[in-house]
Design a protein around this ligand. Structure first.
Ligand code: NIG
Ligand code: FE
Length: 387
């Protein structure tokens, strides 16, 4: 048993755990000052104020308690980063220079750079090399407070390559202390050899990749980059209905580059989350209000690509929940630092620290399907916390 005592402030306390917080409730972040928590076998077994002696009585009869003094310190539930692409090979400094010279993300992609560049690099790597690189990134994000992370494929772009990334993620689940969810994103970009007949690539996703991924249980979720210059709403519908046959719940890349209908198609297919949302109108907001889909915002991408920032304030004021995630990837968001993401949320979206912390904990836990075990300080949840 572990006791963390004399905690200056314990953040994100829940007595009756919720699955997510929406609208005005997003600003409610319960905290306890001068607090303690007990941890047994990795699970939060109790918490309260130091003045509640009845709990601390346990100490007298139990010599096996490891005590940690958190005087002057705060304790948080770990961040859940519900959208990343951290299994990638090498880096993309050439894109970075092109961006400085004025090319947009779409233009770089059209020239065969961007995602296709990462796909080329990944082809030449073994699973072990990818595991090694990804473990370093996992360690790095852990040091910034992330305790759970969703990781997407999408740099394979052929059956072997996609299976390779998903197998790497499966290994990471075993090797890393972080809670990891995996998402099949074969529909991340159209490979160059399919440029003149993109439907054939979609056929390949539907007929080869999805069945193989599902058979080997390699993915928890399925994703499509439904946006201008990538996959259309019609393509997305085909792919999501193929995934449905294997019970693959969608998490969609939507409305990053335009009002493309990505939000609506995500909601129609009961996506767990729709992510990016740099382009959001009243229609998209109305559609999300009637759904259980978590709108997930990735301010790091707007920052690194110079894109418009998602209208987070308007979304919350309309009654929606929002989740925050990093989108950690070598192209559009080369950082998985959730502290930076939260700061950007406050500075650029004008959401309050309370709203941003809820967005990066309980709501992002919901966006990756782990809200019952993570995302807040509640008895019975995993002791996935940082001091
Ligand atoms: O979420 N938008 C699509 N995919 C990633 C970028 C991946 C990359 O550029 O390598 C994103 O921004
Ligand atoms: Fe992404």
């Amino acid at each position: 048993m572990i006791l963390i005592k004399n905690i200056k402030e314990l953040i994100g306390v829940e007595y009756k755990p919720t699955s997510k917080l929406s609208g005005g409730n997003m600003s409610k972040l319960n905290t306890l000052t001068n607090a303690f928590i007990f941890i047994e076998n990795g699970i939060l077994s109790g918490f309260g104020r130091m003045s509640e002696n009845k709990h601390l009585g346990i100490l007298k009869n139990n010599k096996g308690v490891k005590q940690i003094d958190a005087t002057g310190k705060m304790v948080f539930p770990c961040f859940c980063d519900s959208h990343t692409h951290i299994v990638y090979a090498g880096s993309r400094e050439l894109d970075f220079i092109d961006k400085i010279k004025g090319l947009s993300y779409e233009e770089i992609a059209k020239r065969g750079g961007g995602i296709l560049n990462s796909a080329k690099k990944l082809q030449g790597c073994t699973e072990d090399e990818l595991v090694e690189q990804a473990l370093l990134r996992l360690d790095e994000i852990k040091s910034y407070g992330t305790g759970a992370v969703e990781v997407k494929s999408g740099y394979g772009l052929n059956p072997d390559g996609e299976i390779k990334i998903l197998s790497v993620i499966k290994k990471l689940k075993k090797l890393s202390p972080l809670t990891i969810k995996s998402t099949f994103l074969g529909a991340h970009a159209i490979p160059a050899e399919f440029k003149s007949r993109p439907e054939k690539y979609i056929d390949l996703i539907i007929n080869k990749m999805i069945p193989a991924v599902a058979e080997e249980k390699l993915a928890d979720y399925i994703d499509v980059f439904c946006d201008k210059g990538f996959f259309s709403v019609k393509d997305t519908e085909r792919i999501l209905s193929a995934g449905q046959k294997y019970n693959l719940t969608p998490k969609i890349h939507a409305n990053e580059l335009g009002h493309t209908g990505g939000v609506q198609v995500g909601v129609k297919y009961k996506a767990l989350s729709v992510d990016h949302l740099e382009y959001m109108g009243d229609e998209e907001i109305k559609c999300l209000l009637k759904s259980g889909t978590m709108p997930t915002l990735l301010p790091g991408t707007s920052f690194f690509l110079g894109l418009p920032y998602a209208p987070a304030r308007k979304m919350i004021n309309s009654g929606l929940p929002i989740a925050l995630a990093s989108d950690f990837n070598p192209g559009s968001s080369p950082s998985g630092n959730m502290q930076f993401v939260i700061s950007l949320g406050c500075i650029k979206y004008k959401v309050t620290p309370e709203e941003a912390i809820n967005a990066a904990t309980i709501n992002s836990a919901y966006a990756m399907g782990v809200e019952k075990e993570l995302g807040s300080i509640a008895v019975g949840k995993k002791a996935n916390i940082f001091i």
